[in-house]
Ligand binder design. Structure first.
Ligand code: RB5
Length: 161
């Protein structure tokens, strides 16, 4: 019997940034295209000053809704935009500054959004970080799965308004 080998579909990536991350976003889009990833660009579309929560939320909602499989967010440090993205239930955003962080954030934390700091990390290193992050799978280790479930339970705590 003949078998047809089908390659696994590559992740569809939501990408967004503030003004500080604009140049890095444009370079990462070139990398994503060359590497065969589909992406959706949530802005910003130039280097004029703007507010990172807008783009952190937009990318995070695209991932949380299932419209995109993974998200990449960029601001000056990766901190502000990761904080914003993490406010969307279901999102686990991690700011990564080297490939070890990127790999471990996938294996242990199952990050579904990667945050980068355009004023911290040079573009060639950011491309390496993105490559490793996209290629690394969650380990499915028992303790890691348990801890992620505990994180999700924090989202579900009923709070006084
Ligand atoms: C914008 O100047 C800068 O504050 C922002 O890109 C980011 O670094 C915030 O965390």
């Amino acid at each position: 019997m003949q078998t047809v080998e089908s390659k696994p579909r590559k992740a569809k990536v939501a990408i967004g940034c503030d003004h500080a991350g604009f140049e890095m976003k444009e370079e990462l889009k070139k990398f994503l295209l060359e590497a065969g990833y589909e992406y959706k660009d949530f802005g910003t579309h130039n280097s004029e000053s703007t507010d990172y929560p807008i783009y952190g939320q937009a990318v995070a909602e695209a991932v949380a809704s299932g419209e995109c499989d993974r998200g990449i967010v960029i601001c000056g440090t990766g901190i502000g935009i990761s904080i914003a993205a993490n406010k969307v239930p279901g999102v686990r955003a991690g700011a990564c500054y080297n490939t070890d962080m990127a790999r471990i954030s996938r294996e242990h934390n199952d990050t579904n959004v990667l945050a980068l700091g355009a004023r911290i990390t040079a573009i060639p290193f950011a491309i390496d970080i993105v490559r490793v992050w996209l290629e690394t799978e969650f380990s499915h280790g028992e303790r890691h799965t348990r801890r992620i479930k505990e994180i999700t339970e924090i989202e579900n705590v009923k709070r006084e308004t």
